[in-house]
Ligand binder design. Structure first.
Ligand SMILES: Nc1ncnc2c1ncn2[C@@H]1O[C@H](COP(=O)(O)OP(=O)(O)OP(=O)(O)O)[C@@H](O)[C@H]1O
Ligand SMILES: [Mg+2]
Length: 833
């Protein structure tokens, strides 16, 4: 049968767990596989499917009519039902692939294969396109999913119908995996062989560190990200990318890794130890992207590798030269792929007229993806012939370029030069100025710091010198690839504006973060810290600039504004170092500014189990606030002293500081801080098993927060705890669900896992032991990546209830249920709340 052309429905099949089956069935396997082939062929042929190929134990079949593809899939599952233990996943997608002598090619083919890969044995998945073309087919909408091709999420449908199974575990897609791999704006082109080689290398058990190296813009990052996506099934505990390009200090590599993994520095051990503990012997793959400027940190990686089971893929212009490192040079794109990349980015078809020019451009540019993208970006105004002509001029005028650069690096340099030369004067100025940002910037920052006009910004985006990066919380950001930013930095130097711009940059971020701090003190902000996290490299660089230029007051203001972020992020030691260092030099700064910094500084050490230092800073701040007559500040410092006292176990001091603080707030008529005091005091009562008092104070705290708009879900969780301990599961459940829902709405994972923990305890206290195990498992899965532990009161209750529950169910049943809870995705865990 000949292969259909035009609109084609592409169907892939795959046997679930075939490696295991081969092992289990031994000599019976070949016959079983042959029968599988026969049944599938028969089913697909009946519905006029054309077999494109068989790869291993999977079929690739093309259908002219999408309705036939659906019917064929149903028939296939029906006949497979007779083959015991053999379960097949089927996925399909409709598109317009090109038919060439090597078969179908194009994105749609990959997409169809990815869709099949996302399913489970017995399941049939349809892309949205296919499902729209077969409106009569009974389907269930499974929502949007990210496939391993790293493109935008796709809506997927599960085929329902008689004789088909309908309940399956969550799809094997990226959102059901612990990963932060970013969506790619454009499809990957070529690289099949390279991907297979890198994936195979990383899968080898003895390989812990692979370095993809090569000149700027040769496609290291792109290859590493795609390889990581292919490897998500091999690393069930997570696949994460850590962007290092704007991290300037080698000492910050490990803290940045911790921050990306959501590991908070807790206790006295520092961030390395926290990271080691959180990783333990878990199978995690990290992509460390752009390591070249951080080579002094390489020994740190060796230590991490020696003490954990971590696997690393590093991208870097130069290899790290560590023992045990596998160096993997990234080659240029093959000629055909380079041409396909140019055509794709230029949005042109390759025709007889332009084929020669495009081929020539790609050759001149050595198959370097970044150089090709820069050239292709000009196609809106220039034809391939004109682009080639201008490239040639550039190459001639420059000769061979600085001869100490390796040749592909020279090529890239020329391509950037060329692209820069084509810019209008004001575009050049803005391009250079944008180099002042580290890690990209918001449109607003570009406008304010660099006087960016939106049309000029647009021109840079169009020419690919700048990339758009929209954030989930709605902000629009732009960013330069690192190679391009370096180049822009040189132009900024020539412009002679560097110092002035760094100053403006710093001042702008002082304003920005102070404003954020003011807002946060008045109300709870949605997605509270994500912006700080996105701006962190800018903030660091602003702090460094202010320190080096002796602007102590601004430095103090910025460090103070960042205190809250340092407190909740993985950067406790770093934050404390910035603050303590600034305070050391701040003798002449205005007293109130110093006191504010001291108080913020006091908020960090107690999280490192250093209550002494917290108390010292809080006491110093208090003294200044009192001397300056700043009562609110004084009361807040007393609250911090109370927390430090509680941590030291000094009940008397805790209560005294709270009394003093409370009196001041009442006098000032400030109610919001009272709610926090009530919550803290209630918690102290809880630890002492004073249930009635605890409940009364928590309830008051909830009431005030609700009325004034504050984080009422914290005391609400505690109310649930009291209700649970005092034998009122009904009240407990309500409290945990209310708080949990608020946590979901505010995207506060912490609140969600405490709510799940509480619901587990409630279930256990009712005797629903397996349900309890499931809740606890789900809570643990959310808590683990952050390295968070339960607080004392929760721990105590939990340990008692868990022992009782296990006693009733037996360990096996209990642990099975726990494991199910652990395997839930975030969305499914949320559904439990
Ligand atoms: N195979 C590919 N298909 C499509 N686009 C690609 C491919 N390889 C690279 N690119 C694109 O080319 C540009 C440069 O690639 P990438 O950022 O991966 O290079 P790099 O080697 O990591 O560069 P640097 O040294 O600056 O970090 C990016 O825009 C990337 O998306
Ligand atoms: Mg890179």
């Amino acid at each position: 049968m000949s292969l259909p052309t035009g609109t084609v429905t592409l169907l892939f099949t795959d046997i679930e767990g075939s490696t295991r089956l081969v092992r289990e069935r031994g000599s019976a396997w070949p016959a079983l596989l042959a029968e599988h082939h026969r049944l599938l062929r028969e089913a697909f042929r009946r519905y006029r499917g054309a077999e494109v190929g068989v790869e291993g134990d999977g079929f690739f079949v093309a259908f002219d009519d999408p309705g036939c593809a659906v019917a064929g899939a149903v028939a296939a599952q029906h006949s497979l039902a007779t083959l015991e233990g053999v379960r097949v996943r089927i996925g399909m997608h409709t598109g317009a692939p090109r038919l060439t002598e090597i078969g179908y090619v194009g994105e749609d083919v990959h997409r169809a294969a990815r869709i099949a890969d996302a399913g489970h044995g017995g399941q049939v998945l349809l892309s949205e396109t296919t499902r729209d073309l077969v409106p009569g087919a009974p389907v269930r909408d499974l929502g949007e999913h990210r496939l391993k091709d790293l493109t935008q999420p796709q809506r997927l449908y599960q085929l329902e119908g008689e004789g088909l199974e309908h309940s399956f575990p969550p799809l094997r897609t990226l959102e059901n995996r612990p990963t932060n791999l970013p969506v790619q704006a454009t499809p990957l082109i070529g690289r099949e062989r390279e991907l297979a080689a890198v994936v195979e290398l990383v899968q080898r058990p003895e390989v812990r560190l692979v370095t993809l190296h090569g000149p700027g813009g040769c496609g290291k990052t792109r290859l590493a990200l795609q390889a990581a996506a292919e490897l998500v099934d091999d690393f069930p505990d997570g696949v994460y990318v850590v962007a290092l390009e704007s991290v300037e200090d080698a000492a910050l590599v490990v803290p940045t890794i911790a921050q990306t993994l959501g590991v908070n520095e807790t206790g006295a051990h520092g961030v390395e130890e926290a990271l080691r503990r959180a990783l333990g012997d878990r199978r995690v793959l990290l992509v460390l992207d752009n390591f070249e400027h951080l080579l002094p940190a390489a020994p740190r990686l060796s230590e991490l590798l020696a003490t954990t089971d971590l696997h690393l893929v590093v991208t870097s212009r130069a290899a790290l030269r560590l023992s045990g490192e596998y160096e993997w040079p990234v080659p240029p794109l093959s000629h055909d792929d380079a041409v396909a990349l140019f055509a794709g980015r230029a949005e042109i078809e390759i025709t007889d007229e332009n084929a020669k020019a495009v081929g020539e451009i790609c050759r001149r540019l050595d198959g370097l993806p970044l150089a090709i993208e820069l050239a292709a970006a000009r196609s809106r105004r220039l034809s391939p012939d004109e682009i080639l002509e201008r490239l040639d001029e550039r190459i001639l005028s420059q000769g061979t370029g600085p001869s100490d650069l390796p040749s592909r690096q020279q090529t890239l340099r020329r391509a950037i030069d060329w692209s820069y030369d084509l810019l209008a004067a004001e575009e050049r100025v803005l391009f250079a100025r944008l180099a002042v940002f580290s890690g990209g910037c918001s449109i607003e920052a570009a406008e304010e710091v660099c006087d960016a006009g939106l049309d000029v910004l647009e021109a840079l985006l169009e020419n690919n010198l700048l990339r758009r990066e929209d954030r989930p919380y709605g902000d629009r950001r732009v960013r330069m690839l690192e190679t391009i930013r370096e180049y822009a930095g040189e132009r900024l130097e020539e412009l002679g504006e560097r110092a002035a711009l760094r100053q403006r940059h710093a001042e702008w971020f002082v304003e920005w973060s102070s404003e954020r701090r003011r807002l946060r003190r008045e109300a709870v902000i949605l997605g509270e810290w994500e912006r700080e996290s996105d701006e962190y490299e800018n903030l660091r660089s602003a702090l460094a600039w202010l320190r080096n230029s002796g602007e102590i007051e601004l430095e103090l203001e910025l460090a103070t504004a960042l205190g809250g972020y340092w407190g909740i992020s993985g950067y406790l030691s770093e934050g404390r170092a910035w603050l303590e260092d600034a305070l050391d030099r701040a003798g002449d700064a205005p007293p109130l500014a110093r006191a504010a910094a001291m108080h913020v500084c006091a908020g960090l050490p107690w999280r490192q189990d250093d209550a002494e230092a917290s108390d010292r800073w809080a006491a110093a701040a208090h003294e200044i606030f009192v001397a300056e007559g700043e009562e609110r500040g004084a009361a807040e410092a007393l609250m911090t002293r109370a927390i430090a006292a509680e941590q030291r176990g000094d009940v008397e001091a805790e209560s005294r500081f709270h009394d003093e603080a409370e009196a001041i707030f009442r006098e000032l008529g400030l109610e919001r801080p009272l709610a926090s005091i009530l919550n803290n005091r209630a918690y102290a009562a809880l630890v002492l098993h004073q249930w009635e008092r605890a409940e009364r104070l928590f309830a008051e705290s909830v009431e005030i927060f609700r009325r004034l708009g504050g984080a009422w879900w914290f005391p609400m969780l505690n109310l649930g705890l009291v209700a649970c301990v005092t034998g009122r599961p009904h009240d407990a459940e309500r409290a945990f669900r209310d708080a949990g829902r608020a946590g979901v709405q505010m995207a506060e994972v912490e609140t969600v896992y405490y709510a799940l923990e509480g619901l587990g305890s409630t279930a256990a206290s009712r005797g629903d032991d397996l349900e309890a195990a499931r809740f606890w498992g789900a809570s643990e899965a959310l808590r683990d990546p952050a390295g968070a532990k339960l607080q004392a009161a929760e721990r105590e209750l939990h340990d008692r209830l868990e022992a009782e529950a296990r006693g009733r169910t037996g360990d096996d049943a209990f642990e099975r249920s726990w494991a199910i809870g652990r395997s839930l995705s975030y969305d499914e865990a949320v559904a439990l709340v």
